[in-house]
Design a protein around this ligand. Structure first.
Ligand SMILES: [Ca+2]
Ligand SMILES: [Ca+2]
Ligand SMILES: [Ca+2]
Ligand SMILES: [Ca+2]
Length: 412
C-alpha cells in the first residue's frame, strides 16, 4: 500500500467518523458499509487535502454515491468534496467504472460554499436517473442554487438550474414522478412556494403560491396530513419571536395553503417546529395556549402549554398531544387526552405543579435539585447532567410518572 493510498483512506475514514459524530441518532453510514477497497479506489482520485462533504439535507450521511444511473451495467460514482487549493469551493467529481476500474470523467467546480442537497432520481420517468445538486452561494442559508444533470453519451450534461431557499424532492401531484417543491425569496422580497416538474431537460412550473411576506423561513418538514395527503410544513419566524406555520399541498392542479393562518396553532407567540412527534408519518403542527390564570401575565411569564395537532386538507384539525414543556430545564410532561385544555401550571421554588382547572387538584409534581439535595423518600423522575427531577407527591393522580420525559429522549 503506497503512502498516498494510505493517506486517502485516512482522509475518507476521518471524514466519515466526523460526520457520524455530529448526528443525534445512530444512523447507518453508507460510506462505511461500502467495500473499503471501493472507497479507497475512489479516494485515489481526490486531490491532496480534499475534505469530503455531506449534503446538509441528506437522510443518509454520505459523500460518495455509487449507482448505475443509466442501467448499462457500469456503475457511476459521485464524490462531493471541498478543495482547499481552489478557494475551498465545492467540487463534484464524476467517475464511471469501466472494465472493473474507475475512470474519472469530470471534476466540476460548483461555485458552492457548501452542499445543501444531492439526489439521484428519475425525475422525468425515462428510466435514467438525473443528478440533482443544490448548494449555497452565500452563508445566509437562503441563497441556494440547484443544478440538474443528465448522463448523455457518457458525459454529465448540466440541463437546468433554479435558485431556491429550500428544496424538497417528492411526488406531490401523484403522477408517480418526483417533483421539486421549492421555497424561495424573490427579488421583490416576495416569498413563494413553487412546484416544478422536470421533463425534456427543463424545469417546468406546475403551480406557485405566495407565502407570508413578513416571515423568515426557519424550518421545513415534509410529511402527510391526517387524510394522507402529502404536504410541506414551513415554519417561519414573524416579528420579534412569533412563528407562522404554512402547510402547502397540491390539490386540483394548484398549490394551496391549509388552515386559518390566524388560529393559535398555525400562528404562535414563540417558535415551535412542525414535526412527526409519534412517528406515524403525519406531521404534527405545534401550537401553544395560555393556561388558566395567566391571561393577564406578561408574555415572558406565561408557562404556555403546547398542543400538537394533525391537520386535514380541509383545514380541520385534531389534538394528538398536549404537553407542559420546560425548554430551559429540558423536560416535558405529556398530558392525558381526558385532561386536554383542563390543566394549568403553578410555579414552586425549584419546581412546578400541574393543576386541574376543574377542582384545583394537583395532577403532577416536578421538583429539581442537585443529586445530594433530593429528599430520601421522593420518586426520581429523571436525571440530567447535574440536576435530578423528582416528585414528593404521594397521592395517585390522573397523570402517571411515565408522563415525565427528558428532552434528550426525543429524536428530532
Ligand atoms: Ca451506468
Ligand atoms: Ca430521467
Ligand atoms: Ca409528481
Ligand atoms: Ca404524527
Amino acid at each position: 500500500m503506497n503512502k498516498k493510498y494510505t493517506a486517502m483512506i485516512s482522509i475518507l475514514m476521518a471524514g466519515t467518523v466526523l460526520l457520524a459524530g455530529c448526528q443525534k441518532a445512530p444512523r447507518q453510514d453508507n460510506t462505511l458499509t461500502k467495500p473499503i477497497d471501493e472507497v479507497a479506489a475512489l479516494g485515489e482520485f481526490l486531490p491532496a487535502g480534499a475534505e469530503l462533504l455531506t449534503p446538509k439535507k441528506a437522510e443518509k450521511k454520505q459523500s460518495i454515491y455509487m449507482e448505475d444511473l443509466n442501467k448499462d451495467g457500469n456503475q457511476e460514482a459521485f464524490l462531493l468534496y471541498r478543495d482547499p487549493n481552489d478557494n475551498r469551493q465545492v467540487h463534484m467529481m464524476f467517475l464511471v467504472k469501466e472494465n472493473g476500474a474507475w475512470q474519472k470523467k469530470a471534476d466540476m467546480e460548483t461555485g458552492f460554499i457548501d452542499v445543501d442537497t444531492f439526489d439521484l432520481a428519475d425525475l422525468d420517468g425515462n428510466g435514467t436517473q438525473e443528478v440533482t445538486l443544490g448548494g449555497g452561494l452565500s452563508d445566509s442559508g437562503h441563497d441556494n442554487q440547484l443544478y440538474i444533470y443528465e448522463l448523455q453519451n457518457g458525459t454529465l450534461e448540466q440541463k437546468a438550474e433554479l435558485s431556491y431557499d429550500t428544496l424538497q424532492i417528492s411526488d406531490f401531484n401523484d403522477d408517480q414522478m418526483p417533483d421539486l417543491m421549492v421555497l424561495s425569496k424573490k427579488e421583490n422580497e416576495m416569498r413563494t412556494a413553487g412546484l416544478y416538474s422536470y421533463a425534456e431537460g427543463r424545469i417546468n412550473p406546475i403551480s406557485e403560491i405566495e407565502l407570508d411576506p413578513e416571515g423568515t423561513l426557519e424550518h421545513v418538514a415534509l410529511g402527510t396530513l391526517a387524510d394522507g395527503k402529502k404536504a410541506l410544513f414551513a415554519d417561519s419566524g414573524i416579528g420579534a419571536h412569533s412563528m407562522l406555520t404554512e402547510i402547502i399541498v397540491y390539490e386540483n392542479g394548484n398549490l394551496k395553503k391549509v388552515g386559518d393562518p390566524s388560529d393559535s396553532i398555525l400562528m404562535k407567540p414563540y417558535p415551535l417546529y412542525s414535526r412527526d412527534i409519534n412517528g406515524d408519518g403525519i406531521v404534527e403542527v405545534g401550537g401553544m395556549y395560555i393556561p388558566k390564570g395567566y391571561e393577564d401575565a406578561a408574555m415572558a411569564d406565561i408557562p404556555f402549554l403546547y398542543t400538537y395537532k394533525d391537520y386535514c386538507s380541509d383545514g380541520s384539525f385534531q389534538t394528538v398531544e398536549e404537553r407542559y414543556s420546560d425548554s430551559g430545564r429540558h423536560f416535558y410532561v405529556t398530558i392525558p387526552t381526558e385532561l386536554h385544555e383542563n390543566v394549568t401550571i403553578k410555579r414552586l421554588d425549584n419546581g412546578i405543579h400541574l393543576i386541574s382547572t376543574v377542582g384545583d387538584k394537583v395532577l403532577f409534581e416536578v421538583k429539581w435539585a442537585p443529586q445530594d439535595a433530593v429528599p430520601a423518600n421522593s420518586t426520581v423522575l429523571g436525571t440530567a447532567k447535574d440536576i435530578v427531577f423528582y416528585s414528593e407527591w404521594k397521592e395517585e393522580t390522573k397523570i402517571p410518572t411515565s408522563a415525565f420525559h427528558l428532552m434528550e429522549e426525543e429524536i428530532n
